[in-house]
Design a protein around this ligand. Structure first.
Ligand code: PBG
Length: 342
């Protein structure tokens, strides 16, 4: 009996088992690969701004631009030609339009609503995702309304619901609430339904951490100055927590989210993996601005090989269980995939 178990042990181990055998040739590595990346995984964030013929580079995000609406159609055509299925639009609102209650968010003719209409006109098949949160519109840079020195959850919900309706009526396909107020997914779902917008999807930023990785984005949408050094810790999550992320995600699913976002991406792969394994629900990762800038900066310094590093990060998201990846690298990834496929 003892002998047999020893033999069994040796069959399952070195030298009979050589893990490297499967890795020796290129064809075999291809067969063994457990995950694949495709165009269908990509969502591209686009920043928009006022004026005409404006294409301004975001200084903390080399290679990423803000476009004025007259240049947006070209960018939409370009993204569509790369087989990228969806975009996420983010506006940089003029300072004069920012108020304590962020009411420009409700203007049916605001920058974001116009951008949605342009995108839908140029390519109705390109999925359009819009952020529901007040931070680009408030003069204090927070995602909600301030009352007695606190971000007032329930007052904020009312405005978020109206913001969601304005965007949905302008034609967006997916509402992405990114504010981390409690109960917003349920409130937005009910409001959309009351307005007959039953097929507008909700992609909720269910587990969004209070992260330093958003720094460059706040430059991009111009909320960094307004926010100054105030923190979002009273509504975004503590990076120390993971059980809490699953509670957040479960709540959003119960409130009617169609899919959930985990954000930031790569530093939070453990959360992505847990969410996918435990909840079997569509999971999207956001490889955020700071992740982009870090990687891009190292590429520009010659410290990383561009294609290899970007594709490795994409594969990490797939391995962790993502159904989609919001990434500023989407055009690069898609272009490279096109050249590889044909
Ligand atoms: C706004 C919002 C943020 C991001 C997406 N929506 C920033 C924040 O919460 O301060 C970050 C995206 C990125 O860093 O790329 N609610």
């Amino acid at each position: 009996m003892k002998q047999r178990s020893n033999k069994q042990f040796s069959i399952n181990s070195f030298p009979r088992v050589r893990m490297r055998r499967n890795r020796l040739s290129e064809f075999s590595r291809k067969l063994m690969s457990e995950n694949n990346l495709s165009f269908n995984d990509l969502i591209y964030p686009i920043f928009i701004t006022y004026g005409s013929k404006v294409k301004e580079e975001i200084s903390s995000m080399p290679g990423i631009y803000r476009y004025s609406l007259d240049l947006l159609h070209k960018e939409i055509e370009y993204i569509s030609s790369l087989n990228i299925p969806a975009i996420a639009l983010f506006p940089k609102i003029e300072n004069e339009l920012k108020t304590p209650d962020g009411k420009e968010a409700l203007n049916k003719n605001n920058l974001i609503c116009k951008a949605i209409q342009i995108s839908k006109k140029v390519n109705p098949d390109l999925g359009v995702i819009t952020d529901v949160a007040l931070d680009p519109y408030t003069d204090h840079g927070h995602d909600g309304i301030i009352k007695e020195d606190q971000i007032d959850n329930d007052l904020t919900l009312d405005i978020l619901c109206k913001q969601a309706v304005a965007q949905a009526e302008a034609g967006c396909d997916i509402i992405a609430p990114s504010d981390m107020m409690d109960g917003r997914v349920g409130a937005i779902r009910d409001t959309l339904d009351e307005h007959g917008l039953i097929n507008v999807q909700i992609m909720s930023y269910a587990a969004k951490y209070a992260s330093s990785f958003y720094g460059p984005f706040r430059d991009a949408v111009g909320s960094a100055i307004n926010l100054s050094n105030k923190s979002k810790k009273s509504y975004q999550m503590d990076p120390a927590n993971s059980a809490e992320a699953l509670r957040e995600i479960r709540l959003d699913i119960n409130e009617g989210a169609d899919m959930i976002i985990i954000k930031p991406g790569m530093p939070y792969l453990d959360i992505i993996s847990k969410a996918k394994n435990e909840l079997s629900f569509p999971v999207i990762a956001y490889q955020v601005s700071g992740e982009y800038s870090m990687i891009k900066g190292a590429i520009q310094n010659g410290w990383f090989d561009e294609e290899k590093i970007i594709f490795e990060t994409m594969m990490c998201f797939k391995r962790a269980g993502c159904d989609g990846i919001i990434t500023y690298f989407a055009p690069f990834v898609a272009k490279t995939l096109i050249n590889k496929t044909f």
